[in-house]
Design a protein around this ligand. Structure first.
Ligand SMILES: [Zn+2]
Length: 249
């Protein structure tokens, strides 16, 4: 359950949005970006709004051991306002890396288990409220999802046979799908919430959190909590320059 320590270069607390790839000729793209830089033009911002922004955040938990637990949360977000329910799509691109002996069917079964549990826990559970100073405020339905890819992934997950201690980058075929969903939730920047002696400063909750000790509390009662939605609002808001708060959908 514990997030796996990862050797990664520390990145800025909130990285700037990746430069958008507009799918237009370079000169035109340069013109648009120059426009945006010089004027902070809202119309241009809106033009770019549907291009995904890669969100990254360096996450650290202090431990009593020699090394802290650190990882880089990463995912894409895009805001779609031209729909009846304006939507914030959050996409985590996952590449599965099966061990030898893990069959294609195992991989496919795992994908289905991960997708279904993750969606049940996260899809359309929270609304992001965007405060704007000149234009009126607006709401975005938050729709986190997973996309399995062969390249361009935000995280690579090694898939192992049998049972074992899962973490963000290592899953075992016999683990409950709640655990896969827990581990992927770390990829969105969420922290563990179960008691651990080696992490004395951790905020512990026993309210059936998917980040908590759901093994003890009853796995099927585990849910995503409003505090998780609020943390996502904060991380996404910082990366996309929006003033976001969260509420239950
Ligand atoms: Zn964990």
């Amino acid at each position: 359950m514990k997030a796996h320590a990862e050797e990664t270069e520390p990145v800025a607390e909130t990285a700037a949005p990746a430069s958008p790839s507009l799918g237009v000729p370079v000169t035109q793209q340069a013109q648009i970006l120059a426009l945006q830089r010089s004027a902070g033009n809202r119309a241009v911002t809106r033009l770019l709004a549907r291009e995904p922004t890669k969100v990254t955040k360096w996450i650290k938990e202090e431990t009593t051991g020699a090394e802290n637990v650190t990882w880089t949360a990463a995912f894409d977000v895009s805001f779609d306002e031209d729909v009846s329910t304006p939507t914030c799509w959050l996409t985590i691109k996952v590449k599965l890396n099966p061990d030898e002996g893990v069959t294609k069917e195992d991989v496919n079964t795992t994908k289905v288990r991960v997708l279904s549990r993750f969606n049940l826990l996260w899809d359309s559970k929270f609304v992001l409220h965007e405060h704007r100073s000149i234009l009126s405020d607006r709401d975005w339905l938050l729709r986190p999802g997973i996309e399995f890819v062969d390249k361009g992934q935000h995280v690579t997950v090694n898939l192992h046979k049998g049972k074992g201690a899962d973490n963000r980058q290592n899953w075992y075929l016999e683990s409950p799908e709640y655990t896969y969903a827990h581990e992927i939730s770390h990829q969105m920047g969420l922290l563990d919430e179960y008691a651990n002696d080696s992490v004395p400063n951790r905020k512990v909750y026993d309210d059936h959190s998917i980040m908590g000790d759901y093994y003890t509390e009853g796995m099927t009662q585990a849910t995503a909590k409003l505090r998780h939605g609020e943390r996502l609002a904060s991380i996404i808001g910082a990366a996309t320059d929006k003033a976001l708060t969260a509420r239950s959908a």
